[in-house]
Write a protein that binds this ligand. Structure first.
Ligand code: SIN
Length: 524
């Protein structure tokens, strides 16, 4: 109640009566004041250690998704502009690959220290261009920096093997070498962390990179490039390019240019398939972190309050715009009603608005295409028999990119949410009877990124964890992301792992050396 009174005093807008008690407020302009304004770049990309405009002089607008206002403009790079970045990365690779692991570690550590010193400005930029609430953006800025820290620690510790040979007199060993110039394509939902999760291990391995930042959120990427420069990362090692109109052409360039030896992409399964096809022309090493459709299962023996908290955290993190958000929430019949009531209560307490506003828990979606998909999923579910408990509507009075946090019950397998990733703030609650039934439902998906379940029975915990066809599982937790953990999927969620001790291997090749005639006896 206290929350409602506080909001009522601030030109509050009430959603449709009987549906939601969430109060929201018009998202008015709240441009941040950066402590270091030089982190906000205008009309320049970072290529070969310098800030450069597009040769054509063309730019595109970057807008605040909360207000629709233009923040700044960025260069509209073409493939010709990007070619300069690829050449710079190739030149830099010749020397960067020869630094010792310890030297690369020191550079990454310096970059980490600067990212930590500038956490607040990075967070402000994230909220401004992505819309997520400032508290979440601060969390992301710290999460992002931690990838630099983690991989600075991995850089000096990439060991090869000594292998006992089958042939007498042979000696076999392996070394790890950097794969070469890497093309990185990152998404808008984590403007900082998806950049550092790729560049951190690439540099730790001794690779150089050309990173195409997302058109929606290029500013955080460019700010990180400024910090790379200050950290003394040698010129050409990190190159950040921006484009809006030429996204497809530059994607094709990064996946077909023979100088690029590896591509890492985070985004949709459809785009991932296209990039993989294109990459086949030069057989590039690939890491693809693609779409998910995470099942979130709550068994009768679970701690219900913990499961509700975990489901809310997993489903509504970044307003549902993460690849690992719960997409299908399955609750066992014995606790279904209890779970639904507690879940709804939590969602009703959310406050939607401009991510810079005090107390706002959820910001806008990234653009109107996202709103369209979310609304389609909600209407489809209602048409097929789901009952709307909270939300279920666009919030034009708050801003054109806002959608109410939504809860639907009585979901079934015919509804679009059962088979498609919503990537938005809609929680569909399904009821199930048995463990076998729910595991079958959970696995009935072409993708397999993350899955979650809450249970206390130890045998069940192991059985279900082993049965779920996903790359990552949260057991009695709704949040699994951590630089120490291998992040990645199975099936059409792609392949390759980011973060963790496995992350660096994606940027290395294993070279084997066999030496013959080594086994001669000692001459006395
Ligand atoms: C993603 O949505 O791709 C990343 C989410 C995360 O790192 O937690």
């Amino acid at each position: 109640m206290a929350l409602l009174h506080r909001l009522a005093a601030s030109s509050a807008y009430r959603c449709a009566p009987g549906i939601s008690s969430i109060l929201v407020r018009r998202a008015s302009t709240m441009a941040p004041k950066l402590r270091d304004p030089s982190l906000l770049k205008k009309d320049v990309c970072y290529v070969n250690g310098a800030w450069v405009a597009a040769k054509s002089g063309k730019t595109f607008e970057v807008t605040d998704p909360a207000t629709g206002e233009v923040i700044t403009t960025c260069p509209e790079f073409t493939t010709s502009d990007t070619e300069s970045a690829i050449t710079a990365a190739a030149d830099a690779f010749k020397t960067f690959r020869n630094l010792t692991g310890r030297e690369r570690a020191k550079l990454l550590r310096k970059w980490y220290d600067l990212a930590v010193e500038n956490t607040e400005d990075i967070a402000q930029l994230i909220t401004w261009e992505n819309g997520k609430p400032l508290a979440d953006a601060r969390g992301e800025a710290a999460y992002a920096a931690n990838f630099f820290e983690w991989f600075s620690e991995e850089a000096p510790r990439t060991y090869g093997d000594v292998i006992p040979a089958s042939v007498p007199g042979n000696r076999v060993w392996t070394t790890k070498e950097p794969v070469g110039v890497c093309g990185l394509i990152t998404p808008w939902n984590f403007p900082a962390a998806m950049i550092t999760r790729k560049i951190g291990p690439a540099l730790a391995a001794g690779c150089t990179v050309v990173c195409k930042a997302p058109a929606e959120t290029p500013l955080t990427a460019l700010a990180l490039a400024e910090l790379a420069h200050r950290a003394g990362i040698p010129k050409g090692v990190v190159n950040i390019v921006t484009t809006n109109d030429n996204t497809i052409a530059i994607g094709e360039q990064l996946t077909t240019n023979p100088t690029i030896k590896k591509v890492s992409f985070t985004g949709s399964t459809n785009v991932g398939k296209l990039l993989m096809k294109q990459s086949s022309s030069t057989l590039k090493k690939l890491s693809l972190e693609l779409g998910g459709n995470s099942p979130f299962i709550v068994f009768d023996d679970a701690d219900i309050d913990a499961a509700v908290a975990g489901a809310v955290a997993s489903k509504f993190r970044s307003s549902g715009q993460t690849c690992v958000c719960a997409n299908r929430i399955y609750v066992q019949e014995g606790i279904y009603e209890d779970f639904v009531a507690k879940f709804v209560e939590k969602v009703k307490a959310f406050k939607i608005g401009n991510g810079f506003a005090e107390g706002v828990t959820h910001g806008p979606l990234i653009h109107d295409r996202a709103i369209g998909k979310v609304d389609h999923h909600v209407q489809d579910a209602i048409k097929k028999g789901a009952k709307l408990l909270v939300g279920g509507q666009k919030l034009p009075d708050v801003g054109s990119n806002f959608y109410d946090m939504t809860v639907l019950r009585d979901m079934n397998a015919d509804m679009a949410i059962a088979s498609e990733e919503t990537f938005g703030p809609v929680a569909g609650l399904f009821k199930f009877k048995t463990e076998a039934e729910v595991v079958k439902l959970a696995n009935a998906s072409e993708v397999g990124l993350a899955g979650y379940f809450y249970a206390r029975d130890l045998e069940r915990v192991h059985r279900v964890a082993e049965a779920l066809e996903v790359g990552m599982i949260g057991i009695n937790t709704g949040i699994i992301s951590d630089p120490v953990s291998p992040f990645g999927g199975v099936k059409e969620s792609g392949f390759g792992r980011e973060g963790s001790k496995y992350g660096i291997a994606e940027y290395q090749i294993t070279k084997m050396m066999t030496y013959g005639g080594m086994g001669k006896p000692l001459q006395s």
